[in-house]
Design a protein around this ligand. Structure first.
Ligand SMILES: Nc1ncnc2c1ncn2[C@@H]1O[C@H](COP(=O)(O)OP(=O)(O)OP(=O)(O)O)[C@@H](O)[C@H]1O
Ligand SMILES: [Mg+2]
Length: 278
C-alpha cells in the first residue's frame, strides 16, 4: 500500500480524497548527449471532483507532465500516486491496468480509429476491460448520448465535424467511468464555437463530480477550470483559484444571440437594396 512506500496526501479541507499526487517529480531526457530537464521537481495534488488547468508556454513541460499523470511515461525521479496508491514501481502491465480502469484521455488530435464507427470507437476501452456483448454496446451508446451524439452512432470520424469527433473522444474517455479525465489541448484543433462546446461538456462532467485535468496554452480555455497550475521551464510557478471562471454554457448562449443580431441587420440591408438587386 501507498502508506508504507511513501506519503499519500490527506483529504482536503472538505474531505475530498486525493485522486492524483506527484511528489517531487523530475523528468530528464537525453537527446544526442544533450540533457533536457523537462520537469524539475514538480509536486502537486489533485482532489476528487476538482477541475484543474495546467498551463504554460510551449516547451514548458505540460505534455511531459500529462504523460506522467496519465501513466504513459515514468518520472526520472519522484513518486506518483493514483487514488492513494503508489504506482511508481509498477510493471508496464500493472500500469496499463490502472490506466485503463482509472484514467480517461482526450487528445488534441482526437486519436480515433478512422474506419470505425463512433459507437465502436467508444466501445474500445470496454473491449480492453473485458466488457462484452449487450453491456458494452449499451454503455458506449449512453456515453455518446451523454455528449449529444446519440444520433451519430454509426458515423465514422470522417463523417463527423471536428467538434463531434472530439465529443466522440470524450465519450470514449468516459465510458469506463474513470477517476480522472485528462485532456491535452482538447480545443487545439477546433474552431472557437466547437471549442466552447467541448469546454461545456467538460464543465458538465465536472459539475457531475468528475475530476478533470486539462492542459492548455490558451489562458481563456484555462479559465474554464476552478484552479490553474502554471508551469514554466519544468517548474510550477503558480497554483491559483480562478475567481472569474468562464462558463461555457453562457458563452454558447452569447454566440447564439450574436448571429441573430447580424442576420437581422443583413435583412434590413437587403430590404434597402431591393431595387439594386433586381
Ligand atoms: N522525447 C523527448 N526527448 C527529448 N526531449 C524532449 C522529449 N519530449 C519533450 N522534450 C523536451 O522537453 C521539454 C518539454 O516538452 P513538452 O512537450 O512537455 O512541452 P509542452 O509544454 O507540452 O509544449 P507545447 O505547448 O509546445 O506542447 C521541451 O524542451 C522538449 O523539447
Ligand atoms: Mg504539449
Amino acid at each position: 500500500m501507498a502508506d508504507e512506500a511513501g506519503h499519500p496526501a490527506a483529504p482536503d479541507a472538505t474531505g475530498r480524497r486525493a485522486v492524483l499526487q506527484l511528489d517531487n517529480v523530475t523528468k530528464t531526457y537525453f537527446l544526442e548527449g544533450v540533457q533536457v530537464d523537462a520537469l524539475c521537481g514538480v509536486s502537486v495534488v489533485v482532489h476528487e471532483g476538482e477541475m484543474v488547468s495546467i498551463t504554460g508556454p510551449s516547451g514548458s513541460g505540460k505534455s511531459t507532465l500529462m504523460h506522467i499523470i496519465g501513466l504513459l511515461d515514468r518520472p526520472t525521479e519522484g513518486r506518483v500516486y493514483v487514488e492513494g496508491e503508489d504506482v511508481s514501481d509498477m510493471t508496464p502491465n500493472e500500469l496499463s491496468t490502472v490506466r485503463n480502469k482509472r484514467i480517461g484521455f482526450v487528445f488534441q488530435a482526437f486519436n480515433l480509429l478512422s474506419r470505425t464507427s463512433a459507437q465502436a470507437n467508444v466501445e474500445l476501452p470496454l473491449v480492453y476491460a473485458g466488457v462484452t456483448g449487450g453491456a458494452r454496446s449499451t454503455r458506449a451508446r449512453e456515453a455518446l448520448e451523454r455528449v449529444g451524439l446519440g444520433d451519430r452512432l454509426r458515423n465514422t470520424p470522417n463523417q463527423l465535424s471536428g467538434g463531434q469527433q472530439q465529443r466522440v473522444a470524450i465519450a470514449r474517455a468516459l465510458v469506463n467511468s474513470p477517476s480522472i479525465v485528462l485532456a491535452d489541448e482538447p480545443t487545439g484543433n477546433l474552431d472557437s464555437r466547437s471549442g466552447v462546446e467541448v469546454m461545456a461538456i467538460l464543465q458538465d462532467l465536472h459539475s457531475e463530480g468528475n475530476t478533470i485535468v486539462l492542459v492548455t496554452h490558451d489562458p481563456k480555455v484555462a479559465r474554464h477550470a476552478e484552479r490553474i497550475v502554471e508551469i514554466s521551464d519544468g517548474r510550477i510557478v503558480s497554483d491559483t483559484r480562478v475567481d472569474d471562471r468562464l462558463i461555457a454554457g453562457r458563452e454558447i448562449q452569447e454566440l447564439d444571440e450574436a448571429p441573430a443580431i447580424a442576420t437581422s441587420r443583413e435583412a434590413e440591408g437587403a430590404d434597402g437594396n431591393d431595387g439594386d438587386a433586381s
